[in-house]
Ligand binder design. Structure first.
Ligand code: SF4
Length: 493
């Protein structure tokens, strides 16, 4: 009987739980067809961790790797070298990155059995024919295998109320993949949350819906959600993704706040008009600032998606957008500065991409058309390469999120000193990075002193974070466990 399936993936976002909802659903589907499924999160460059997992991987009949553009080049070589002598294994790739690059990947890596679009019911049913009766697995909650979340100790968890998106931003794969649009029945959704709380003791829900409230047609559903949570008297915190293309009504935002909304993510991307026109994303600086004010009046923290560099970015637009990030005090997030816009194969600007056969991902293979912008981009990347920018961001966003929760719990007085220190540091980092960025924008270079300043800022932020987080752990462990820890590990304690 060859029915043992292992599904593996690497963690790509550190600000969420380690789970992959699509993998969890796929596992449930396979169990239903009689396959025994094991899920595992792998860690890049950690040979100790991998050596613990290797027997488990090689013990499977079918190995499935859910890949992502960030881990593909590492992961594909890892699996190729691991299983090339294991002739009896089937090896599949899943995930949007693999599907969008299917042709190139299969041409280059002939050890792969196939690439499957798990969103396509017919395709998966053809590959995974019904084998036997359903295999029982205790980690299923509401049709999703939560094996990883049972092992993950943090009290945060991803889930979805709906899928698909009605917008069409040019840089996004959601539309290109033509995902099925569905919305969960509200009672089922709240049942799912209640089960997660009871079985897993998770307290911070991270809604992965592309857009949680899309337009007024969602009003009744969201109001019902608010009513249902209040009726059951459930206590939790949660975050949602929004688009500012349509404005969420105030009463809905307030209702969501009342049942635990503490964080909103929305994509601003870029405030220049030409970016909006080129990429079908229309969000102005004024809309953003008005919305942020509304959120801060409600004690809701926020996180923005931003793209400083795209193929058509002009030199003048750089200053405009850096000024905007400075005003929002977001320069502690160099990640949004150094990651230029991805151009997906099959999207409208795909003709700007040049071919590079040394790797599969082609989405960054373009020159920014304005040569000054391209030069600045190289300098900025070189500069921020001197520190670990993911950690740097965590030193701020981790504190910000927990202070929001503490405030909601009425504990802000106890953390007043930390709050003052955090705000002073945020200001100091923002001011100094702004000065350096403006200098680089003029001279296209940075000095040894600029590097020293960056390293000092990193160290200041690190020391502040460690002091804060260790206090939080001692005094409010429940809040500490609700904050995504910001590293690739599944667990850090
Ligand atoms: S609103 Fe978000 S999910 Fe929808 S197309 Fe734009 S980037 Fe993608």
């Amino acid at each position: 009987m060859k029915n043992k399936v292992g599904i593996y993936y690497f963690r790509s976002l550190y600000s969420q739980s380690a789970c992959s909802l699509s993998v969890g659903r796929f596992s449930d589907f396979l169990l239903n067809r009689g396959y025994k499924v094991k899920l595992e999160v792998l860690k890049q460059n950690d040979f100790i961790d991998m050596s613990d997992k290797i027997d488990g991987i090689l013990g499977q009949d079918i190995i499935i790797y859910k890949t992502n553009y960030k881990d593909f080049e590492y992961g594909i070589r890892f699996f190729e070298n691991l299983i090339k002598r294991e002739k009896d294994k089937q090896f599949y790739l899943i995930g949007p990155f693999a599907v969008l690059n299917k042709e190139r990947i299969l041409k280059k890596y002939n050890f792969i059995t196939d690439i499957i679009n798990i969103q396509d019911k017919n395709e998966v049913e053809n590959v995974f024919r019904k084998y036997n009766k359903r295999v029982v697995k205790k980690t299923i909650i509401s049709g999703i295998d939560r094996e990883i979340e049972f092992k993950e100790k943090g009290k945060y968890i991803n889930l979805e109320a709906s899928s698909g998106c009605i917008y069409n931003c040019s840089f996004c794969h959601i539309k290109l993949m033509n995902y099925e649009k569905y919305t969960k029945d509200v009672r089922n959704l709240v049942d799912e949350m209640e089960n997660i709380i009871n079985l897993l003791d998770k307290r911070y829900f991270i809604f992965n819906d592309s857009v949680f409230w899309k337009n007024n047609s969602d009003n009744d559903r969201i109001k019902e959600f608010i009513r249902e949570v209040k009726k059951r008297n459930l206590k939790f915190y949660f975050m949602i993704y929004l688009s500012l293309t349509n404005k969420i009504p105030d009463d809905i935002l307030i209702g969501l706040k009342e049942i635990g909304l503490i964080r909103v993510f929305f994509g601003v991307e870029n405030i220049s008009n030409s970016f909006s026109k080129n990429n079908n994303k229309y969000i102005s600086a004024t809309d953003t600032e008005n919305f942020i004010e509304k959120l801060s009046n409600l004690n809701i923290s926020y996180h923005i998606g931003f793209i400083l560099f795209s193929p058509y970015t002009t030199y003048n637009e750089l200053k405009e957008n850096i000024d905007f990030l400075y005003k929002l005090k977001k320069l502690f997030r160099p990640g949004i500065i150094v990651e230029k816009m991805r151009i997906l194969l099959g999207s409208k600007d795909a003709n700007l991409l040049y071919e590079d056969n040394s790797k599969i991902d082609q989405a960054y293979n373009y020159k920014i058309l304005d040569s000054k912008v391209d030069k600045f981009y190289q300098v900025v990347c070189d500069y921020f390469d001197k520190i670990n920018i993911r950690n740097f961001e965590q030193f701020f966003s981790g504190i910000n999120l927990s202070l929001t929760i503490l405030n909601d719990m009425g504990l802000s007085e106890q953390y007043e000193v930390f709050k003052i220190r955090y705000n002073e540091l945020l200001e100091y980092v923002n001011d100094n990075l702004y000065k350096i960025l403006l200098k680089m924008l003029k001279k296209f270079e940075f000095s040894g002193r600029d590097i020293e300043m960056l390293k000092n800022l990193y160290s200041l932020a690190e020391a502040n974070y460690i002091t804060y987080i260790s206090y939080l752990k001692k005094h409010n462990l429940d809040v500490y466990q609700m904050i995504p820890h910001g590293t690739e590990d599944l667990n850090v304690w």
